[in-house]
Every structure is written in C-alpha cells, then in structure tokens.
Design a binder for this molecule. Structure first.
Ligand SMILES: [Fe+2]
Ligand SMILES: [Fe+2]
Length: 137
C-alpha cells in the first residue's frame, strides 16, 4: 500500500524522489500505528505526522514553483488540491486521537495514503507530458 511504484513516475527525477519520500513517511506512520506493545506512542505519532505535514508542504511548494515557472495551465487546480490536503492534516492533528488511538490513526493513514496515490495518479500525472515536453526531467 505505502510503496512507491513505477506507475507513479512523473518522469522527473526530483519529483519522483520527493514522492518516494512521501511514501516512506507514510510507511513510518504505519509502522508506529502498528506497534502492538503496551506503550503509548502518541508523541511519536504526532512527531511523525508533523514530519509528514512539513515534508508535504515542502513538496507542494516545489511542485508549484516548477509548474509556475513553465506556466502549467492546471496550476490553480493543483494549488487548491494541495491546500485542501494540508488543511486536512492540520485538522487531524488538532483532533483528539487519545481515545481509540489505533482506529483513528489507521483511518487517518488510510486517508493520507489514498489521497497521495490518487493525487499522483490523476493530478500530478497530468503535468508529466507537459513538463517533459518543456525539457523538465
Ligand atoms: Fe506531487
Ligand atoms: Fe501535486
């Protein structure tokens, strides 16, 4: 589930690298959530979520800068999607996940994994040809 696959490739080295890191951070979240010991992993989880949020912001900014530089026509659509996702993560962090931690976090992670996969496969894939044709690889 949280593994980068060749089909996610946008054929742009730096962006593929960043997408891979996003999946790795998702996997890290999954690993923490799946720990079945008796310890409370709340802080660890919040840190991992913060890391995910920060890297996602970094990636979105990078992507938007490249799209802007080449006048990509769907920039505004991408910006809207990116912002909605960050807002959602911020809202999740504010939510009280102390109770039934496992269930809430799993749902959260499912949302993140699903969103990233769909966004890469639909929206990001749309700039692949456009940017490649401008010489961005
Ligand atoms: Fe992306
Ligand atoms: Fe994107």
């Amino acid at each position: 589930m949280l593994k980068w696959k060749q089909q996610y490739s946008c054929n742009i080295v730096e962006i593929d690298k960043q997408h891979k890191t996003l999946f790795e951070l998702g996997q890290k979240l999954y690993d923490i959530i799946s720990l079945k010991d008796d310890f409370d992993h709340y802080d660890e989880l919040m840190n991992a979520l913060e890391e995910m949020k920060n890297y996602t912001i970094y990636h979105f900014n990078y992507e938007e800068k490249v799209m802007e530089q080449y006048n990509y026509p769907e920039l505004e659509k991408q910006k809207k999607e990116h912002k909605a996702f960050i807002d959602k993560i911020i809202a999740m962090k504010k939510k009280d996940i102390d109770e039934d931690q496992y269930k809430v976090c799993m749902e959260m992670l499912m949302f993140i994994a699903d969103w990233i996969e769909k966004h890469i496969l639909k929206s990001d894939m749309n700039y692949k040809k456009f940017l490649n044709e401008k010489g961005v690889y």
